[in-house]
Design a protein around this ligand. Structure first.
Ligand code: C2O
Ligand code: CU
Ligand code: CU
Length: 452
């Protein structure tokens, strides 16, 4: 509904029941749903307002991941929605067209709440993208894929196994769900299908590909379109990261989107640290064998009448990040301490009462993010879409040539990004930066900054 110039969304956080295996109900959380929530569609330039009722028995927050907005509307740990109350933030949609998402950011409890279902996609549309001939019919040739792994107990009930080990490694599940469905199948009716993939898992990293090695056209990163389609055969996404690919069905054969799950534990568990240095997080499959277990993500069945369509050769004009704009460099060092007992950034764990950085509005900065630990961490910055400059001096891969809000920092690596906060100063309310492995975030690998 549009009221008083604002598009108004009324949402309710509720407890639900979901059968992760048939016949066995698990307790879940959803947004107007038993589990997960509706895809919200917004247009760049419009004002939006939300009325979010918390019908849960516990506090919660709803964070707009990837958005530039006032700190009071961010939905981070300071915007607690107590049980039985309503939160009504509003903001102008400034983002480029892309796939974003909303999810719980409850202090120390984002992990369990997202895992239980408090997460869902957001589509932002804009004129730049609408002018291009890209698949954009939601649910027909343009679909979101929220990829999540879940652990079930022997009876088939959802469990969130938090213990000393998973606090360190993150909670991993052995079953893969896409939009809440295991072994998902999509019946395509068109020659091209646009997949908007969100790694909505708490801790699992994925490397996606088509089962028979066919090419995909990578068109967008977290913050929207790349300069042009990039042909890729695989695509790595860490928790919080998104990508959009076009897959081609004009040959009329079924396609199968699969993934392997690179091990993010090796250095920690002894021994093979050297392997990590060479290839970063992508060295050893989880099962320790020669080849990783192939996870089934989505089977795509082609329809009739699949017409060929040429992708536009240019998608967007993206300048190379201009380092000469930067007026200062800030450094962030991620660490885990001994056995994960000291999840910190710059030596400090998240403290709700401590503001770690004060960032002047309107000034370009380089943020240098170093990883002193033996695990890869997806580093996320609120209220910004940044550009990756380099990793240890190396140029970034295609996915990182566009706008990003979450980026992997491999063990012992140093990554630089260029960013600027254009408006929305607030003297008191901070934004967050943190590791998007939710168990790391909950354990303190998070800090706060004011835009002043
Ligand atoms: Cu997607 Cu601060 O979170
Ligand atoms: Cu965020
Ligand atoms: Cu981490």
């Amino acid at each position: 509904a549009v009221e008083g110039g604002e598009r108004v969304f009324r949402l309710s956080l509720t407890t639900g029941q979901k059968e992760f295996v048939p016949g066995v109900a698990s307790a879940t959380i959803g947004v107007d749903a038993d589990y997960l929530g509706p895809t919200l569609e917004m247009r760049r330039g419009e004002r939006v307002r939300f009325h979010i009722d918390n019908a849960l028995a516990e506090g919660a927050t709803v964070h707009w991941h990837g958005f530039e907005l006032p700190a009071a509307a961010d939905g981070g740990p300071h915007q607690l929605i107590r049980p039985g109350t309503r939160w009504s933030p509003s903001f102008e949609v400034r983002q480029r067209a892309s796939l974003y998402w909303y999810h719980s950011h409850l202090h120390r409890r984002a992990g369990p709440q997202v895992y239980a279902g408090l997460a869902a996609p957001i589509y932002v549309r804009d004129d730049e993208e609408a002018a291009l001939d890209l698949p954009s019919d939601y649910g027909a040739d343009d679909i979101p894929l929220i990829v999540q792994d879940r652990a079930l107990d022997g009876s088939g009930k959802l469990i969130y196994p938090l213990n000393m080990h998973t606090r360190m490694m993150g909670v991993l599940g052995e079953r893969i769900f896409v939009n809440g469905t295991q072994n998902a199948v999509f019946d395509a009716q068109t020659g091209q299908l646009r997949l908007r993939i969100l790694n909505g898992s708490n801790a699992r990293f994925y490397e996606f590909s088509l089962a028979e090695g066919q090419a995909m056209q990578l068109i967008a990163s977290d913050g929207g379109l790349l300069d042009r389609p990039h042909t890729v055969r695989s695509l790595k996404l860490a928790p919080g990261e998104r990508a959009q690919v076009i897959v081609d069905l004009t040959e009329g054969r079924p396609l199968s989107l699969v993934a392997t799950s690179p091990d993010n534990a090796m250095g920690m568990m002894g021994g093979q640290g050297r392997g990590m240095m060479g290839g970063g997080m992508m060295n050893r499959p989880r099962d320790g064998g020669e080849t990783g277990e192939v996870l089934r993500i989505l089977d795509i069945r082609p329809g009739r009448g699949a017409r060929a369509r040429r992708l536009p050769p240019r998608l967007s004009s993206l300048n190379a990040p201009d380092l000469s704009l930067a007026v200062r460099t800030r450094r962030f060092v991620l660490d885990m301490g001994m056995m994960g007992r000291g999840m910190t950034i710059n030596g400090a764990a998240m403290d709700m009462d401590i503001v770690n950085e004060r960032v002047p509005v309107g000034q370009w900065e380089i943020w240098e993010i170093a990883n002193a630990s033996m695990m890869a961490h997806p580093f996320h910055i609120h209220n910004a879409q940044f550009r990756v400059i380099d990793r240890d001096g190396r140029r970034p891969p295609p996915l990182e040539t566009g706008f990003k809000d979450t980026v992997v920092v491999n063990p012992r690596e140093q990554l630089r990004v260029l960013l600027r906060f254009e408006e929305h100063t607030d003297p008191d309310l901070p934004y967050m930066y943190h590791c998007h492995i939710l168990e790391h975030e909950d354990a303190g690998m998070m800090g706060q900054f004011l835009v002043v």
